[in-house]
Design a protein around this ligand. Structure first.
Ligand SMILES: NC(=O)C1=CN([C@@H]2O[C@H](COP(=O)(O)OP(=O)(O)OC[C@H]3O[C@@H](n4cnc5c(N)ncnc54)[C@H](O)[C@@H]3O)[C@@H](O)[C@H]2O)C=CC1
Ligand SMILES: O=C(O)C(=O)CO
Length: 324
């Protein structure tokens, strides 16, 4: 049997990579920097499948170079790097990896909030720098117990964070495009975006990046938050205006920011945000556990192989062109 010609903009963990190797002839981009548009366009000339990732833009201009493409499998749940409408116009189904990364990402998001509010990372630096004296002049944190957590984007991961927050004795309010029918079961209350900004002690962002959410948090929104507010972005960097956030932190307009995602990404080591004392940044590791990344890789491979065989992708973001 002939193998399917595919392009991968990065490799997947071994179980998934091995499965693809069995059925596909792979052009694999292995360098640290993202593949350029020109190289990808050239590689896609004969490709029937594409394994995509968040740092590579897939748009109309690129698709014009890919006349044989039958399926795109994004190895993430977020797909803001892909012009899905352009794919749909060309009848190309786009797969992603919803669900399998929910618990790992919720652990990281809530863990980061706990870390910042209890200043765990600062405590460790304190000890490492030999500043731990008998007088215990340690930096104090704040309690999460009894505080109000405001979740913006109460989808799969948002709900999983809400469950964790409730277990820690927090009150949870949320703002979402649609109200959830299971509010009572989750123990969460709906709030308007404005009310959430003013009432929450901690604000956690978990919406997709879209035209509606790009720049959702800027000067005005930080200005409305409590001066004691902790702000966490575990979704996508461009949902937040980085300059406005840096100014709000520098002016102590809000207390602290915790970012697993940034704009730009990666954040350069000399970025002004990193000079501030009230910020904690991790390098986009929400789903980065062995188990979760393995599940994501296997679902990516399943999506890709299904499309190559004209079969329905198990997780498809444009079902109108999914195979039947
Ligand atoms: N830091 C990391 O490593 C990770 C980040 N993510 C990000 O988290 C996002 C959420 O993932 P899931 O919970 O699986 O998605 P989801 O689709 O289950 O939840 C997103 C929620 O946001 C809501 N929403 C969309 N647009 C909105 C708007 N304009 N205003 C208010 N609410 C809006 C939706 O109604 C939905 O309830 C992903 O799109 C991805 O960008 C996901 C996984 C890992
Ligand atoms: O899945 C995603 O959208 C991520 O950000 C990485 O897991």
């Amino acid at each position: 049997m002939d193998k399917y010609p595919i392009v991968m903009v990065r490799n997947l963990l071994a179980p998934a990579q091995n499965r693809l190797l069995e059925y596909c002839n792979i052009k694999l981009w292995e360098k640290a920097e993202p593949i350029s548009h020109d190289i990808l366009a050239k590689w896609l000339e004969d490709a029937e499948g594409l394994v995509a990732a968040g740092n590579v833009r897939i748009d109309e201009r690129l698709l014009a170079y890919a006349p044989k493409l039958k399926v795109i499998a994004q190895s993430a749940v977020g797909y803001d790097n892909i012009d899905v409408d352009a794919c749909t116009r060309r009848g190309i189904p786009v797969g992603n990896t919803p669900g399998v990364l929910v618990e790992a990402t919720a652990d990281l998001a809530f863990g980061l909030l706990l870390c910042a509010t209890r200043r765990i990372h600062e405590g460790w630096e304190f000890v490492r720098q030999g500043k731990w004296t008998p007088n215990q002049n340690i930096p104090f944190g704040i309690d999460l117990y009894g505080k109000v957590l405001g979740i913006v984007g109460m989808g799969r991961i948002g709900a999983a964070v809400a469950r964790r927050a409730r277990a820690f004795g927090m009150r949870v309010i949320y703002y979402n495009r649609n109200r959830r029918p299971d509010e009572a079961e989750l123990g969460v209350k709906y709030a308007s975006f404005d009310n959430l900004l003013t009432q929450a002690d901690c604000i956690l962002v978990l919406t997709p990046l879209s035209p509606a959410t790009r720049g959702l948090f800027g000067w005005e929104q930080f200005g409305r938050m409590k001066s004691t507010a902790f702000f966490v972005n575990a979704a996508r960097g461009p949902i937040v205006d980085t300059g406005a956030l840096a100014s709000a932190l520098a002016a102590n307009q809000i207390a602290y920011a915790v970012l697993d995602v940034t704009d730009p990404e990666p954040l350069p080591g000399d970025h002004p945000l990193l000079q501030l004392p009230n910020v904690l940044v991790t390098p986009h590791i929400g789903s980065a556990t062995i188990e979760t990344r393995t599940r994501m890789a296997l679902l990516t491979a399943d999506n890709l192989l299904a499309g190559l065989r004209n079969r329905p992708l198990p997780a498809c973001v444009n079902p109108e062109v999914n195979y039947k």
